[in-house]
Write a protein that binds this ligand. Structure first.
Ligand SMILES: NC(=O)C1=CN([C@@H]2O[C@H](COP(=O)(O)OP(=O)(O)OC[C@H]3O[C@@H](n4cnc5c(N)ncnc54)[C@H](OP(=O)(O)O)[C@@H]3O)[C@@H](O)[C@H]2O)C=CC1
Ligand SMILES: Cc1cn([C@H]2C[C@H](O)[C@@H](COP(=O)(O)OP(=O)(O)O[C@H]3O[C@@H](C)C(=O)[C@@H](O)[C@H]3O)O2)c(=O)[nH]c1=O
Ligand SMILES: [Mg+2]
Length: 299
């Protein structure tokens, strides 16, 4: 099986390089080899490689910057995704693509299911939604995996920001009225590989599996709860910090103005994915602790 991987140097892309390796021959593309800012260049790439699977981990993920850079965000998150989907359709390849909790407005009281109406609050969320819609309209075989609050040992993310700030400052202020599930790139990549393996070996499943799935770790927290957890665990691993968990103050969204609006409820219901593919998703704390060990534990 030939797999074309785009965005290979991102948090998820890097873990996919590891997780997809046993499945077949990987064609690994970074930004230089596959530039999603140039949608017109991508059809020829797919045509040349003739993959059985395209995995797209590239995206414009700078949520605040996207507000003033909508055209580029749309080229990367939507227009290029449309080209990839059309190319996948042409060579009858599966397209595995990642999307986000930010396609929702966050007003629902319970966790969002795949059937809930979308309503993005930001340019990032809107352009990611347009990417989903382009895939659905293309008619290619696809898995759109919506995830949330992604982190990895390699890459920049909320955990790294909190560790840096807690090392520099005696006090932090972190939003407590946005809730979701921190999800590790490692888990996302491992599950992606399992799904592809199942699709390859279960024809009946492959025939009805196309669609959107929510893929996050189990459980939930706020950004504030997440930051406290990270700082407490880092202190226990002897990281030298100026702020401890009790120095992280809970604030409201209104107290932390940013260019992009974020959903108050980012919780995604993962029942469809777990039932369809017979999978278990671990609690969010499990992979966060592993990541901190990877970053901080001394031999
Ligand atoms: N990060 C998060 O919290 C969440 C992410 N997601 C989704 O998961 C997926 C993976 O995200 P994640 O790994 O965290 O993101 P990262 O920001 O870690 O990685 C994104 C990758 O996309 C690449 N990229 C950006 N612009 C282009 C371009 N014009 N051409 C080619 N490549 C480009 C980047 O390249 P370079 O390395 O050169 O910058 C980077 O390797 C994305 O679809 C994202 O929307 C969903 C929910 C949460
Ligand atoms: C640095 C900092 C952030 N915050 C808040 C701002 C924001 O609401 C929240 C998280 O900050 P971030 O910058 O990590 O947020 P953000 O970049 O919006 O993270 C999102 O990225 C995209 C790609 C996604 O798809 C989402 O699932 C989500 O992970 O924490 C504080 O309250 N205090 C702080 O000191
Ligand atoms: Mg089209």
């Amino acid at each position: 099986m030939k797999i074309l991987l785009l965005g290979a140097n991102g948090q998820v892309g890097w873990e996919l390089q590891r997780a997809l390796a046993p499945l077949g021959r990987l064609e690994i593309c970074d930004r230089l080899r596959a530039d999603l800012d140039r949608p017109e260049s991508l059809a020829a790439l797919v045509e040349r490689i003739q993959p059985q699977v395209i995995v797209n981990a590239a995206a414009y993920t700078a949520v605040d910057k996207a507000e003033s850079d909508a055209a580029r965000s749309r080229r990367v998150n939507a227009e290029s995704v449309e080209v990839l989907a059309d190319a996948a359709r042409s060579c009858d390849a599966w397209l595995v693509h990642y999307s986000t909790d930010y396609v929702f407005d966050g007003c629902k009281a319970a966790a969002y299911t795949e059937d809930d109406p979308v309503g993005p609050l930001s340019v990032y969320g809107q352009t990611k939604l347009e990417g989903e819609q382009a895939i659905q309209a293309s008619g290619c075989k696809h898995l759109i995996l919506r995830t949330s609050w992604v982190y990895a040992a390699r890459g920049s993310n909320f955990i790294k920001t909190m560790l840096r700030l807690a090392a520099e400052r005696e006090e932090l202020r972190v939003i407590a009225d946005q809730i979701g599930a921190p999800t590790s790139a490692e888990l996302i990549a491992d599950v992606s590989a399992l799904l592809l393996y199942r699709l390859r070996h279960d024809r009946a499943l492959a025939e009805q599996a196309t669609g959107v799935y929510h893929l996050t770790a189990a459980g939930e927290t706020s950004w504030h709860g997440y930051a406290r957890f990270v700082v407490a665990k880092a202190a226990a691993l002897d990281m030298s910090l100026k702020a401890g968990p009790d120095d992280i103050h809970a604030i409201g969204t209104a107290d932390y103005p940013l260019p992009a609006r974020r959903p108050a409820n980012s919780r995604l219901d993962t029942g469809k994915l777990r039932r369809t593919f017979d999978l278990h998703l671990p609690q969010w704390e499990y992979h966060v602790e592993r990541m901190l060990h990877e970053l901080l534990a001394k031999p």
